[in-house]
Design a protein around this ligand. Structure first.
Ligand code: 5GP
Length: 217
């Protein structure tokens, strides 16, 4: 059965006021609103873990964590799967591998995508692979990565993406597991950065214009 595209956050949703939550004082003025609070991320992640367990339980999987932005989601997702594995009769043996992609400068996607740590993925051959990504925008990054991984002939590839943006150029390629579908804003927090800042923020927030100016390079 086809899974849902996740929790839909509409374009007219103003987000939560920052005054309603705790966040680091060093980012005051740099954010417009909280778009997904940390607790909601955790609740949705718990359900995605269960969906993954239902689909893949009793298989061996290799989790391919896409750094840097994916580290928090991957860690929390793996953690939830571990909880399910030790509390039920089904288990999901996991290995975790990291690769690093880089394609963004400021808030603009750059044409050249770098894949680091992916030179030799031959250990993926005949394995069930779960790619874990924080965010899918146009889907170009995901497509490039999928092509690269497919070349090593895994038995199966599934993709979990915490966020999918509604962008005009969005390709047909959607993750198998989606946390949230969000408006086309540049978001930060929960390991998502803007020029390496904001990874130390636990909620997913929309960056403000002054925040963009402050950390521009
Ligand atoms: P795509 O190729 O799908 O357009 O872009 C995907 C990549 O761009 C993601 O892996 C992520 O690194 C980055 N990206 C896209 N949108 C955002 C965003 O709103 N915030 C952050 N921090 N990164 C983004």
């Amino acid at each position: 059965a086809r899974r849902s595209g996740g929790i839909v956050i509409n374009d007219d949703w103003p987000g939560y006021s920052l005054d309603l939550f705790n966040y680091p004082a060093h980012y005051s003025g740099d954010l417009d609103c909280v778009i997904v609070p940390h607790g909601v991320i955790m609740d949705r992640t718990e359900r995605i873990a269960r969906n993954i367990m239902d689909d893949l339980g009793d298989h061996d999987i290799v989790v391919l964590c896409v750094l840097k932005g994916g580290y928090q989601f991957c860690a929390d997702l793996v953690d939830r799967i571990k909880v399910l594995s030790r509390n039920s009769n089904r288990s999901l043996p996991m290995r975790v591998h990291f690769i690093r992609l880089k394609s963004y400068l400021n808030d603009q996607s750059t044409e050249d995508l770098h894949i680091l740590g992916a030179e030799d993925l031959s250990f993926l051959t005949e394995k069930n692979v779960l790619i874990v990504e924080a965010i899918v925008g146009t889907g170009k990054t995901m497509q490039t990565l999928l092509k690269h991984v497919e070349a090593f002939r895994p038995k199966m590839i599934k993709v979990a993406g915490l966020l999918v943006k509604r962008v005009p150029q969005n390709s047909a390629c959607l993750p198998d597991y989606v946390g949230f579908e969000i408006p086309n804003h540049f978001v930060v927090g929960y390991a998502l950065d803007y020029n390496e800042y904001f990874r130390d923020l636990n909620h997913i927030c929309v960056i403000s214009e002054s925040g963009k100016m402050k950390y521009k390079i």
